[in-house]
Write a protein that binds this ligand. Structure first.
Ligand SMILES: [Zn+2]
Length: 329
């Protein structure tokens, strides 16, 4: 490899960089949980786990949690972690799911939460995740209009119409979303970073893919999801311009407690992610979602227009081409 070129290329020829991010949806003050003391132990415990393992967290916080824990979030941010917005519309007096609302209503719900976030943190949030990954075709343009730059909105293959959450075969990898169709990539100035999922391992009656959600299964089961996703991204090479693993959890587990099962699981997931990436001649790069989104923006310019879809007519050509004609019946 030419040394000079090597300095300029974003990835070395031999080492595949895998960004690693853990997102924590923070909602300990949600009516169904209502345990802010647990929420604080949880985020402080996670901060300690991240510093011990050299990893980074992205804390997305509902406004009522932000109000009681803003001091801790300021500390976590000063330690290099990311703090942004999570929204459960019912906690603000609306219906439960964001994905039932139109553009203007979504902007209003989100703006209300943005303002409450800014009151506590002294700045608006840049990163966003909706509760239940509930969204519709208005959601990405609404986020763009409010100045959000990135987030985790899609959950590929989750099919829960009862939560206004239907993603179908949306992209597994980081992308700019389409302006009019949430399951396509496009030209919305917002970087969507889907969580790591195994689309073949179905849960909840087939409606949900096994994702890298710490509390879902144990570290042994997560190992296979990590391994499969590392393999998939390596096989797809430059078609995946930013390779990453994204784990999820919530601040409703006592991560400060040394004997907590979730704490054991998250430590196991971090160790497995490192071991698997290094075993594939890769390296694990601890990252916030902002780090991942900025790297993507640097490598992939925002397209001027959304994905162009062409009808796949290969079958029709074979049907009418010179080959044997079908029997008319
Ligand atoms: Zn939530």
């Amino acid at each position: 490899m030419d040394f000079f070129n090597g300095l300029l290329t974003p990835e070395s020829e031999n080492v595949t960089e895998f960004f690693f991010n853990i997102q924590i949806d923070c909602e300990s003050t949600q009516r169904s949980v209502n345990d802010p003391a647990l929420g604080e132990r949880s985020i402080r415990g996670l901060g300690e786990i991240f510093s011990r393992t050299g990893t980074k967290g992205t804390f997305v916080v509902i406004p009522s949690d932000m109000k009681v824990h803003s001091g801790v979030y300021r500390e976590l941010e000063s330690e290099g972690h990311e703090v942004g917005l999570h929204v459960h519309p019912a906690e603000q007096g609306y219906e439960e799911f964001l994905g039932v609302y139109g553009f203007e209503e979504q902007v209003a719900i989100l703006k209300e939460a943005v303002d409450r976030f800014a009151d506590s943190m002294g700045r608006p949030p840049a990163v966003f995740t909706p509760g239940y990954f509930s969204a519709n075709d208005h959601t990405f343009p609404a986020l763009e209009a409010l100045g959000f730059t990135h987030g985790t909105v899609s959950m590929p293959t989750r099919n829960l119409p009862q939560c206004a959450c239907v993603w179908g075969g949306s992209p597994l990898d980081i992308h700019y979303p389409h302006r009019y169709n949430r399951s396509l990539s496009g030209d919305v100035d917002f970087v969507d970073i889907p969580p790591t999922v195994d689309v073949d391992s179905r849960m909840w009656g087939g409606a949900h893919p096994q994702d890298l959600r710490i509390e879902l299964v144990d570290a042994k089961n997560h190992w296979y999801t990590i391994h499969k996703n590392v393999q998939r991204q390596i096989e797809n090479g430059s078609n995946v311009p930013v390779k990453y693993l994204k784990a999820l959890t919530h601040n409703i587990f006592d991560y400060a407690n040394a004997s907590d099962f979730r704490r054991e699981t998250i430590l196991g997931v971090i160790a497995a992610a490192r071991e698997i990436c290094e075993g594939q001649d890769g390296t694990l790069v601890p990252a916030t979602a902002a780090d991942i989104a900025e790297t993507y923006r640097a490598r992939v310019p925002l397209p001027e227009r959304g994905l162009q879809l062409d009808l796949d007519t290969r079958g029709r050509a074979a049907w009418t081409g010179g080959g044997a004609q079908p029997n008319a019946n």
